[in-house]
Write a protein that binds this ligand. Sequence first.
Ligand code: HEM
Length: 231
Amino acid sequence: MVVKATPLTFVVHALAIACAVLVLVWNIYFRGGLAWEATDKNLIFNLHPVMMLIGFIILGGEAIVSYKALPFKHEVKKVIHLTLHAMALALGIFGICAAFKNHNESGILNLYSLHSWLGIGVISLYGVQWIYGFITFFYPGGSSSLRRESLPWHVLFGIFVYVLAVGNATLGFLEKLTFLETLAGLEKFGTEAYLVNFTAIATVLFGAFVLLTVYAQKEQPQEAEDHYTAI
Ligand code: HEM
């Protein structure tokens, strides 16, 4: 069965907007806003979900679908792909720094949870994947046989890290909501609890449509040997 990529990329963009709106409404309207310096240390924490979702997951997903979503030449799309991934990585690192800063300034221990361990794993693997991709496919660039042999692994490893990132984001939502419900008395069936759970569901749907797009068929004919013909 042939599934065309273009309509799926529109769904990806629509879900990206939905996720961004949901996480901003949650952290700005319900959680009091965002700040790097503040006496209320919770505002520093709020940067974490916002950066991890909009910066890391959404930009990373858009980077993955860029080859299928954009009408440009392959070389142009390659630069857009690596730039969006670089931005995702940088904003992801910034988001993690915000979580550490909040913990350090609030006297909370660092790296005690499964979410935080997987998080360090995800961001490290993302960095390794980006550096290997840059050196092999962009600058200085490997031989054509190395590029051809690396491509299926680049795709497989990229998908693995991305799925892990989406899974870890849902762990983060669960953890924060559980803290709010057990420590701050947030209502289990209240508006905010629904909002957080629906944000996590929108995140999972976004990740699912990114994956579907990877496996869907591109409209244009193949141009070069290091295309996503690997799958
Ligand atoms: C893929 C995306 C994400 C990654 C890579 C990630 C990574 C991390 C890391 C490394 C920490 C440890 C900080 C420290 O120990 O000082 C952390 C903490 C935390 N994150 Fe995330 N995070 C992600 C998304 C989210 C999201 C969307 C939420 C939703 C609210 C969230 C909630 C939390 C919470 C509550 C903590 C503090 C408790 C803990 O350390 O487990 N995270 N995150």
